[in-house]
Design a protein around this ligand. Structure first.
Ligand SMILES: CC(C)(COP(=O)(O)OP(=O)(O)OC[C@H]1O[C@@H](n2cnc3c(N)ncnc32)[C@H](O)[C@@H]1OP(=O)(O)O)[C@@H](O)C(=O)NCCC(=O)NCCS
Length: 149
């Protein structure tokens, strides 16, 4: 497997929106600029919660996260890995691994003890990726849903 040695991981900025829209388009086949403009904050809660991976200045992957409670120093500070995505032309080269390792390191530095994420049961690639990153099936939290149509 080819690895990207020159991969740079840095905090996401509002200027990364277009690159993220492009990656999202390649992954899901839909262009969602308005959605991503909302998702990528102008003034992030914490600069190290959402990261991008770039090679030679081109953004090829990203992770978007949140932390609840950290600003109050509460003991049950929890992190959320909301979305991770890698440009299909650069998948299987360890990009998401580097992004998630950096993400976990940053959250640990914020005293986060547990990180949650939600994955569609049918999304095997993502499930395998999270398993490889050490995520396991959660115990105390379950998702509930109410169908309203
Ligand atoms: C899941 C995803 C993030 C993985 O990114 P990636 O950079 O290719 O992953 P990595 O190369 O860092 O893989 C790390 C480990 O995860 C596992 N893994 C990753 N992708 C996998 C796959 N498709 N099948 C099985 N295992 C996989 C492997 O164990 C891998 O380690 P290894 O290569 O040493 O065996 C990427 O496929 C993706 O972006 N998928 C779409 C996710 C999505 O829908 N995001 C929202 C819209 S952008």
């Amino acid at each position: 497997m080819e690895f990207l040695s020159e991969l740079n991981i840095r905090p996401m900025t509002a200027g990364d929106v277009n690159a993220i829209v492009e990656i999202d388009l390649k992954v899901i086949g839909k262009s969602r600029p308005d959605y991503w403009k909302k998702m990528v904050p102008e003034n992030p809660q914490h600069p190290f919660l959402s990261l991008v991976a770039e090679v030679e200045g081109k953004v090829i992957g990203f992770v978007l996260g949140e932390v609840s409670g950290w600003e109050f120093g509460v003991p049950d500070t929890i992190g959320w890995l909301s979305i991770i995505g890698v440009d299909p032309d650069h998948q299987h080269k360890g990009v998401a691994r580097r992004l998630s390792q950096e993400f976990v390191k940053n959250l640990k530095a914020m005293n986060v003890g547990v990180i949650y994420t939600l994955v569609n049961w049918n999304d095997w690639d993502l499930l395998k990726f999270y398993k490889a990153m050490g995520f396991t099936r959660g115990g105390d939290m379950i998702n509930l849903e109410l169908k309203i149509d």
